[in-house]
Design a binder for this molecule. Structure first.
Ligand code: GLN
Length: 449
């Protein structure tokens, strides 16, 4: 598959041909990664997760409740793509409202992992990652609230970047958990991730949490030869499967040989990550999803008897099981009497987690960590919600504290042949160092599809 960098040099005719080819592939692969196409568009085709608005396109967050809803405006990232010679060309499948780790909760049915179709591609941006891995997209955008870009990238052997909170405008992204959500690229390699990252970043007055900074672009300036101090969290990797631990050891070796200094450290507050995340994320989700009431957006139940019936049946029929579970949990942790014990406590723990990471960043430029505890699980293996939540253990801390992280493929598991990815994490707004380290690691491990 042509890379994003190469695609940006192609003529409009060649790009039109590429669009047709991508569509053909998606149709013959039957992974259910791409759920709709726009063949008429111009520019380098970029696949978009189904929670990013494109004016005149349907945007459904893979939910029944948003069937029939057409976006009235472009998300800021879409405007920026167009300014950079790119354009959306299709919709990627996802977990309903980005809540999930497998892309199995989609209204459109699950997406399959291109390496092994009995496995999940990860989630919630599973469609974006599977499509890039299977050559159905040159590059894609996903969203990462608790790992939804990095984890599917790791399961599908591609590169996924979650930028620093505030780097990329959330204007036009359907909100899941507003203090955690970030849009980011899923690409075939690190350089393409930098190109797409440069294209979509920047201050946006329409997003009040957008950072007002003017950092230099990254692409074209990545320095894989810059020696870095890279922290390895010893107690972290020890909890992962053998395949992930092997990849971790390989990566440490490769980084040392590439001239980086490995700093061994431990993190003790990581045990609070999952509880904290699932309180904060569900609280914000319950609040954000209150807007889907059958009046303002999308699908409405048939023949409502009165207003209460309209709300009740629209929401009961429109939301899937996982989304309902989170709305219930979120409203519970926000309810009077429990607010202090759960929500407020979780916000405090968020600070503890941040302080501990900051301490590590006093002695290291980057942190190397697993993305998921195992390779891509079988379809249905994470049917127990608690098991699924636990599989997010390595990705959610950086969302809670706003840091950037990039996942990239390291090696194939010898037993299953599935890709194993790892992630590098950096200080807030230090994407430049993140890309330097990622490019160095990419070169050192030389992963081949
Ligand atoms: N798996 C996590 C969740 O279900 C993360 C999802 C995401 O990043 N959108 O909430």
């Amino acid at each position: 598959m042509i890379t994003l960098k190469e695609a940006l040099t192609q003529s409009p005719e060649a790009l039109a041909e590429i669009r047709r080819e991508l569509k053909k592939r998606a149709e013959s692969n039957a992974l259910n990664a791409v759920i709709s196409f726009d063949e008429a568009g111009e520019g380098v085709p970029i696949l978009l997760k189904d929670n990013i608005q494109v004016k005149g396109w349907s945007v459904t967050c893979a939910s029944k409740i948003l069937q029939g809803y057409v976006a009235p405006y472009d998300a800021t990232v879409v405007t920026k793509l167009r300014e950079a010679g790119m354009a959306p060309f299709g919709r990627a499948n996802m977990d309903e409202f980005a809540m999930g780790s497998t892309t199995e909760s989609s209204y459109y049915g699950p997406t399959l992992n291109p390496y092994d179709t009995s496995r999940v591609p990860g989630g919630s941006s599973g469609g974006s990652a599977a499509a890039v891995a299977a050559g159905e997209a040159i590059a894609a955008l996903g969203s990462d609230t608790g790992g939804s870009i990095r984890q599917p990238a790791a399961y599908c052997g591609v590169v996924g970047l979650k930028p620093t909170y505030g780097r990329v405008s959330r204007y036009g992204l359907a909100s899941y958990a507003s203090s955690l959500d970030q849009i980011g690229p899923i690409t075939q390699n690190v350089e393409d991730a930098a190109i797409l990252y440069d294209a979509i970043t920047g201050h946006d007055p329409r997003d009040s949490t957008s950072a007002d900074r003017s950092d230099e672009p990254v692409a074209g300036r990545i320095d894989p030869d810059r020696p870095l101090r890279i922290a390895v969290v010893e107690n972290y990797a020890a909890e992962a499967s053998d395949a992930v631990q092997r990849a971790h050891e390989e990566a440490v070796k490769a980084l040392e040989e590439a001239g980086h200094r490995i700093v061994r450290t431990t993190l003790s507050n990581t045990k609070y990550d999952i509880a904290t995340y699932y309180i904060v994320a569900t609280a914000e989700a319950a609040t954000n999803l209150a807007r889907y009431d059958g009046v303002r957006y999308g699908r409405r139940c048939e023949d409502p008897k009165n207003l209460a019936d309209l709300y009740f049946r629209t929401r009961s029929e429109g939301f899937g099981e996982e989304v309902k579970r989170r709305i219930l949990l979120g409203n519970f942790v926000l309810s009077s009497g429990y607010y202090d014990a759960y929500y407020l406590k979780a916000q405090k723990v968020r600070h503890l987690i941040r302080d501990e990471f900051n301490r590590v960043f006093e002695e290291a430029d980057l942190i190397l960590a697993p993305v998921a505890p195992s390779v891509a699980p079988e379809l249905g293996a994470l049917a127990d919600p608690l098991e699924m939540y636990k599989s997010d253990m390595y990705t959610i801390a950086v969302n809670l504290i706003g840091l950037p992280g990039i996942a990239l493929p390291i090696m194939k598991d010898t037993e299953t042949g599935l890709p194993v990815g790892l992630q590098l994490l950096a200080k807030a707004f230090d994407e430049r160092t993140l890309f330097d380290g990622a490019a160095s690691l990419e070169r050192a491990v030389n992963y081949k599809n």
